[in-house]
Design a protein around this ligand. Structure first.
Ligand SMILES: CC(C)(COP(=O)(O)OP(=O)(O)OC[C@H]1O[C@@H](n2cnc3c(N)ncnc32)[C@H](O)[C@@H]1OP(=O)(O)O)[C@@H](O)C(=O)NCCC(=O)NCCS
Length: 288
């Protein structure tokens, strides 16, 4: 595990990072009011916008434990993310939402509202749930909260990127009614420090929610191995066949859900070839 206030015996992040000085908050986004009220998820868990430095740092530490690649890198990575977040950015309005129990931040994610010309977009990023809090619907709660805020802010579309083999994250976001728009073999042109090979998923915030197909429908979808077999209302394509999935998306199918293999151990890194992508043809007026 990374360096957290819990395992150093120090009580607060300020104690732990005594020699570190918080940047000026006057010009940052931290003074803004949370636009949607805090949500009590259970007796023990609350979801809210992180407006205090301590909550932000705890979130970035959690994020760093997942992404920094080695304990010694966790703290510097968390602090650099924190400082980047506090830097004002033209046309971008970043927010962090966290789920907290009595002691700590157990999950969190960012929302960046982008003012691009005549429309506002919501970029969802940095979603992370502490390992022992996963599969308790916290990820989807963070998606829902950020979409509520994005709608309230007048965003027309939400989007995010999921790395190629992160089937867990892809499944989690598709449950929120997102659809797979594209698959990038190369890094897309701009922003967010995105790695190559990404699923690009989005959700039209002005359209009504489409129901997520039930697992029986998904299980019964014919498995398609070439584009000549396209045509059915629902199809399933082996997850590793990225080219065919891309082709199906271009042919009017949308990604709706991943079929899980019969059995999986959530702790294991799943073999991607065991999964299939469920795709569904939807009426043009329902399409984004
Ligand atoms: C991705 C993540 C945020 C999901 O959070 P969560 O709160 O556990 O989300 P969910 O409750 O929706 O559970 C994940 C879903 O994936 C499924 N799942 C679990 N392990 C899986 C696996 N190995 N392969 C595919 N699906 C898997 C779960 O069954 C669950 O779906 P279900 O509710 O339909 O059964 C969390 O796993 C995490 O923090 N991962 C590390 C960071 C990360 O990858 N972030 C996403 C960046 S895009």
């Amino acid at each position: 595990m990374g360096t957290t206030p819990e395992n150093t015996g120090k009580n607060t992040i300020e104690e732990q990072y005594g020699d570190w000085t918080a940047p000026d908050t006057q010009s940052s986004n931290l003074t803004m009011e949370a636009s949607v009220a805090d949500t009590r998820l259970t007796d023990k868990l609350t979801l809210s916008e992180a407006l205090k430095d301590e909550d932000l740092l705890r979130f970035f530490l959690l994020h760093a434990q997942e992404y920094a690649g080695g304990d010694e890198k966790v703290t510097p990575y968390a602090l650099s993310q924190f400082q980047y977040f506090k830097r004002p950015r033209e046309g971008l309005e970043p927010h962090i939402y966290v789920i907290k129990n009595a002691d700590n931040v157990v999950a969190g994610a960012s929302l960046t509202i982008e003012n691009s010309g005549d429309q506002k977009l919501a970029y969802l990023g940095q979603k992370v749930v502490a390992p022992d809090s996963r599969q308790q619907n916290l990820g989807p709660q963070l998606v829902k909260k950020r979409l509520d805020v994005a709608r309230e802010a007048g965003c027309s579309q939400a989007y995010c990127y999921v790395t190629k083999d992160n089937s867990r994250a892809l499944r989690s976001i598709l449950k929120g009614g997102f659809v797979v728009d594209d698959f990038f073999d190369e890094p897309p042109p701009s922003g967010h420090g995105k790695p190559p090979e990404l699923w690009n998923v989005s959700k039209d915030l002005n359209k009504p929610e489409l129901p997520v197909p039930d697992s029986e429908t998904m299980k019964n979808a014919p498995i398609v191995n070439s584009s000549e077999e396209f045509g059915a209302a629902q199809i399933a394509i082996p997850f590793e066949n990225k080219e065919l999935i891309k082709l199906a998306l271009k042919n009017g199918y949308v990604g709706r859900q991943i079929i899980l293999p019969e059995q999986f151990n959530p702790e294991d890194q799943i073999q991607v070839k065991e999964l299939k992508m469920f795709l569904e043809k939807i009426e043009p007026e329902n399409q984004k």
